[in-house]
Design a protein around this ligand. Structure first.
Ligand code: GLO
Ligand code: MG
Length: 346
C-alpha cells in the first residue's frame, strides 16, 4: 500500500545557529515569516511550542491567549497547513530550572501544571489533537538530587490530571536520555509506553520517537519505533541523525548512518505509518557553519532522503529477504541489503 506521506517540522528547525559556545551566526528570521515557507518546501504540518503560538504567554489573560491562538488558526487556514502538536516549553522559565513536574519545589510543580493546562487550551484553540511532552529538565545532574520513584509517580499523576482536564487531547511523550540534564526520566520508548499503560486512558498516551534520542540511549531508532508501533503508540517521529554518544546533534536524516535510516523508513512503511494521518516529522538543525537567512537546505535534504529511502523500502525484495531469513543466511541478507542501498545492479 503506497502511503501519501505528509511532512512536518517546528519553527525552531530554522534557527540562528547559536550554540552554547558562541552567538548567533545567522540573522534572526521571524516565526511569522516561516509559515509561508512550509508548503513551498513540501511540508503540510506545523509542530509548535506553546509560546510559538502565543509568545510571552506568561503574562497574558485567557482572552489575549485566545486572540493570539485565533491569529495562528487563521494563518494555518490561509497557508493550508495542519497543526500537528503543541508542546509546553518547560525549560526556559525560572520555575523550571530544576524541572517542572518533578521539581522538589511545590511552587515549581504548580507552575508546570498551570503551563500544561495553558498548552492544552492553546492546542484546542488551534484545533490540534495532541500535546508533546519533551521532558527537558525532568531529571537530575546528580542522582541524589531527586527521589526517582517519586518523580515517576509525579509524572504519572500529571499525565492523569491532563487526561482529566481535557477528554480528547492526546499526550505524546518524547523520550530522551540526557541533555540538558545528565540523567533524564523517561529515557526510552519503553518508559513512555509503560507510563501510557499505567495511565487512566492509555489510548490517549503515545510517544514521539526521535532518531537522535534513541541513538543517545545507545538504542536502534527503528526498534524504538517498532516497539511503539507494536502497541499502537507511535504518535509521531522526529527523524534526524546523530554521530555517536555525544551532544544532541539533530543532523540531517540519513547523513550519519544510511542503513539505520533505511531501517527506520522500512519499519514505518511496513506498519502503514501515515495511513491514519500521522506525520513524518523532521527535527533537524542546519550546520552552524552554513551562511544565509533563512537556511532551509537541511529540511529539504532530510525530506528528500526520506523519500529516496521510501523508494528503497518499496523496491526491497521481500521474497528474497524471506528466503534468506528462512535459510538463516544473514551474510547474504546483509550483502543484498547493502547492494540494494548502493544501487548495485547484478
Ligand atoms: C530536543 C527535542 C526538542 C523537542 C521539541 C518538541 O532535544 O528534540 O526539539 O522535539 O521541543 O517538544
Ligand atoms: Mg525532538
Amino acid at each position: 500500500m503506497a502511503i501519501n506521506h505528509r511532512f512536518s517540522f517546528g519553527p525552531w528547525n530554522i534557527s540562528e545557529g547559536a550554540d552554547p559556545f558562541g552567538p548567533e551566526v545567522r540573522r534572526a528570521f521571524a516565526h511569522d515569516e516561516k509559515w509561508a515557507l512550509y508548503k513551498k518546501l513540501g511540508f503540510d504540518g506545523v509542530q509548535f511550542h506553546d509560546d510559538d503560538v502565543v509568545p510571552n504567554l506568561g503574562g497574558l489573560s485567557p482572552a489575549q491567549i485566545a486572540a493570539k491562538a485565533g491569529q495562528i488558526s487563521t494563518m494555518l487556514r490561509n497557508e493550508g497547513l495542519v497543526p500537528e502538536f503543541v508542546a509546553p516549553r518547560l525549560w526556559f522559565a525560572e520555575q523550571t530550572i530544576d524541572g517542572g513536574y518533578t521539581s522538589n519545589r511545590e511552587s515549581d510543580r504548580k507552575y508546570a501544571w498551570e503551563r500544561t493546562q495553558r498548552c492544552v487550551d492553546i492546542a484546542r484553540a488551534i484545533n490540534c489533537k495532541a500535546i508533546v511532552l519533551w521532558l527537558a529538565r525532568e531529571g537530575t545532574y546528580i542522582r541524589e538530587a531527586k527521589n526517582a520513584r517519586v518523580a515517576y509517580e509525579r509524572l504519572l499523576a500529571l499525565i492523569n490530571q491532563t487526561l482529566d482536564y481535557d477528554r480528547e487531547i492526546e499526550i505524546w511523550i518524547e523520550p530522551k536520555p540526557n541533555e540538558p540534564t545528565d540523567l533524564a526520566y523517561v529515557p526510552t520508548a519503553g518508559h513512555a509506553v509503560a507510563l501510557a499503560y499505567a495511565s487512566k486512558d492509555h489510548q490517549r498516551v503515545k510517544t514521539v520517537i526521535e532518531s537522535a534520542h534513541a541513538i543517545l540511549a545507545n538504542l536502534d531508532p527503528s526498534d524504538e519505533m517498532a516497539f511503539a508501533l507494536a502497541h499502537q503508540k507511535l504518535g509521531s517521529v522526529h527523524l534526524n541523525d546523530q554521530n555517536g554518544l555525544k551532544y544532541d546533534q539533530d543532523k540531517n536524516f540519513g547523513s550519519v548512518n544510511l542503513r539505520a535510516a533505511f531501517n527506520q523508513v522500512l519499519v514505518l512503511e511496513e506498519n502503514g505509518y501515515g495511513t491514519k494521518g500521522e506525520f513524518i516529522g523532521l527535527d533537524v538543525k542546519a550546520m552552524r557553519t552554513q551562511a544565509g537567512c533563512p537556511v532551509v537546505d537541511h529540511l529539504k535534504a532530510s525530506r528528500a532522503m526520506f523519500l529516496h529511502l521510501v523508494e528503497k523500502a518499496r523496491t526491497y525484495d521481500r521474497a528474497l529477504v524471506e528466503k534468506f531469513r528462512v535459510q538463516r543466511d544473514y551474510e547474504a541478507l546483509e550483502l543484498y541489503t547493502l547492494r540494494h542501498l548502493m544501487g548495485v545492479k547484478d
